[in-house]
Write a protein that binds this ligand. Structure first.
Ligand code: GLC
Length: 547
């Protein structure tokens, strides 16, 4: 019998990071276990069965290393330890062991661009101009008038140079002054960082997400950045007033990424290297490296940055697919701890469902942000409770990033089961009892069940996991495409409008009988349908099997 699977059976198995789905588990807000109002490793370990039930494959853990928390863990004082707020090394090992037993991989966030100003390396570096570690960081003399060496701006507002009075030089910080940038041109510094990477690989982690990968090397001559002709102070953060030509995306960064990748390859070619970046053009493609010697996943955040419009999104997917080098594997990110939640961005709750169907039916590895499976929106933060230094330093940032970092909603117990503390570190949604995981688990048509069903359909279907992506020409509010592998073919139609729409199918697809596997409304029984037209209801996304 022709099952249509013969060709897939002959294919070499794809690595886990191509077939799998990544879940960003923002540790501070996932599950508290010791009643201090902040999530931790033991709390996450308790919730692993939920993540396995949901159907994700790998967890990306933001930094849990010792840190004064000036930038919530992205300011690190020790690369190879666990901050007591989050647990111990033993708790980490136990988490990895349990995760692996459940088939979940662990990907750690590493922050090679900068340390905390409290890191012993920086303390040594700033202790005197002649200290052997002085040049592990980027120090420069003032201009004759005492001003900073150039015009580079911090992503968190203001000049990127901080004056160090005792040693009479400026140091560079792309982010907070408490986050001095490392000098990746210093061989001993590079070796010390690589040793830290090996420390975690030896403990069994499955890969890394490299924080701000495009920042790692800067112009050796420290040339001034040019002004940005498109700068609009009403809509753009203050550092966007210049083009970050000389302090980011340096051509030599690709050699460094290749060295990181080689280090990971020694632990197995399926050891994953993700690079954080915020562009979707040929610059992103370069992070795959020559012949694939770079990151397997230069994080593609364009679903976050592109307006929520089917024609704009469709055009970007086509461009991205066309730009990808032949060896490269695509990936898609719907949300993260730095950007407003997708449910808030798209407005109507039904559109958050559509976004989930889009993310989980595109070709390439999806990254899902915790709580998006519940359709959680941003939480408005009262001004007195704002914690994000980003918001405090740059008034243009509004409430900063706190609204998308609030506690996960588990059940109806106090603080939604997140903590036994009287107050979690950030407030909960005002209407949290209706939104919890437990409430949604009881409700068969919930966003949680939709997400789970999509994850399970994807896992079971080679066409959805790895099949070719082919767009169908549409106009107006529809986005439609097929996914195809061998004889297996799926059709996905997404309606971005609050009114029903009709899609006239291309001739080649009309003859095939089709069966609806899933609607974002979660109510459509799988019925056989045919004919040249397909109707989708308001805000509906459908996933159909074509035969
Ligand atoms: C990355 C992190 C962000 C952090 C910044 C500086 O963009 O995702 O949270 O503030 O790097 O480390």
């Amino acid at each position: 019998m022709d099952t249509g699977y013969e060709d897939t059976a002959r294919r070499p198995a794809l690595p886990w990071w191509q077939t799998g789905v990544l879940y960003e588990c923002y540790l501070r807000s996932f599950q508290d276990s010791n009643g201090d109002g902040v999530g931790d490793l033991a709390g996450l370990r308790r919730r692993l069965p939920y993540l396995a039930w949901l159907g994700v494959d790998a967890l990306w853990l933001p930094p849990f290393y010792p840190s004064p928390q000036a930038d919530f863990g992205y300011d690190i004082t020790d690369w190879t330890a666990v901050d007591p707020r989050f647990g111990t090394l033993e708790a980490f090992d136990a988490l990895v062991a349990d995760a692996h037993r459940l088939g979940l991989r662990i990907v750690l966030d590493i922050v090679p661009n900068h340390t905390s100003d409290q890191h012993p390396w920086f303390q040594a570096s700033r202790s005197s101009r002649t200290h052997p570690q002085r040049n592990w960081y980027l120090w420069c003399d003032a201009k004759p008038d005492g001003s900073p060496p150039n015009n580079w701006l911090s992503a968190f507002g203001g000049s990127a140079w901080a004056w160090d009075a005792p040693t009479q030089q400026y140091y560079y910080h792309a982010f907070l002054p408490q986050q001095p940038d490392l000098n990746w041109r210093h061989p001993a510094m590079a070796q010390a960082f690589f040793a830290a990477m090996r420390f975690w690989l030896d403990r069994g982690v499955d890969g890394f997400r490299v924080d701000v990968m495009w920042h790692l090397l800067k112009d050796a001559q420290y040339r001034d950045n040019p002004p940005n002709p498109h700068y609009d102070p009403r809509t753009m953060p203050s550092n966007d007033m210049q083009l970050a030509l000389y302090n980011t995306d340096h051509p030599d960064v690709h050699h460094l990424v290749a060295r990181m990748r080689a280090l990971l390859n020694a632990y197995g070619e399926d050891c994953l290297l993700i690079g954080e970046m915020y562009f979707g053009d040929d610059r992103l493609m370069r992070y795959y490296g020559a012949h694939g010697a770079g990151a397997q996943m230069p994080h593609n955040q364009m679903l976050i940055l592109t307006p929520w419009d089917p024609q704009a999104i469709g055009a970007y997917i086509r461009r991205y697919e066309a730009m990808l080098p032949a060896f490269a594997w695509p990936n898609w990110v719907l949300g993260n701890h730095d950007k407003p939640r997708i449910a808030t961005r798209v407005g109507r709750p039904a559109q958050a469902r559509l976004a989930m169907m889009l993310l989980l039916t595109l070709r390439g590895t999806p990254t899902l942000y915790y709580g998006d499976e519940l359709g959680l929106p941003n939480v408005p933060i009262p001004p007195a409770q704002i914690q994000d230094p980003f918001a405090q330093r740059d008034p243009g940032r509004g409430q900063g990033r706190d609204p998308q970092r609030t506690p996960m909603l588990w059940d109806h117990t106090p603080q939604a089961g997140f903590t036994t503390a009287a107050r979690p570190w950030l407030p909960l949604h005002a209407d949290w009892p209706q939104r919890t995981m437990e409430a949604q688990r009881q409700e068969p048509t919930s966003m949680l069940h939709l997400t789970r069903r999509l994850l399970h359909l994807r896992r079971a279907d080679p066409a959805l996991q790895a099949g070719a992506w082919t767009p169908i020409a549409t106009q107006g509010p529809l986005l439609a495409y097929t996914r195809e592998q061998g004889e297996r073919r799926c059709l996905i139609v997404l309606n971005f409008a609050p009114e029903p729409q009709e899609l006239v199918l291309p001739a080649a697809l009309r003859r095939r009988p089709r069966r609806c596997l899933l609607s974002t409304w979660m109510d459509r029984a799988p019925v056989a349908e045919g004919g040249p037209r397909l109707t989708v209801r308001s805000d509906e996304g459908v996933l159909l099997r074509l035969r």
